[in-house]
Design a protein around this ligand. Structure first.
Ligand SMILES: [Zn+2]
Ligand SMILES: [Zn+2]
Length: 92
């Protein structure tokens, strides 16, 4: 196993199959890093940083906390709805 902490990336023998980090310290550091990244992301949104839609790269409104623009959100909604209809039709 390679430690999931990118700054460490040590090759280690996992004691359990779902062990992701070589040590508790690495696990703690990686968790902290994730929390900080989330914090900075939120802060950037508040400061009006430009964020782009993950799907179509349209600029997101600073009031939009999602990673998709409203157009893409809607198209996904429609898609999942029509998929539900397909499933229902198959059952009939
Ligand atoms: Zn490590
Ligand atoms: Zn979009």
């Amino acid at each position: 196993m390679i430690c999931t902490n990118k700054d460490c990336a040590t090759d280690f023998n996992a004691r359990t199959h779902n062990q992701k980090y070589c040590s508790d310290e690495c696990c703690r550091l990686a968790t902290n890093k994730r929390i900080m990244e989330k914090y900075y992301e939120k802060k950037a949104i508040k400061n009006g940083a430009t964020r782009l839609c993950k799907k179509c790269s349209a600029q997101l409104s600073r009031y939009n906390q999602e990673s998709l623009c409203s157009t893409c959100e809607k198209s996904i909604e429609i898609k999942s709805k029509s998929m539900m209809m397909d499933i229902l039709n198959e059952i009939k």
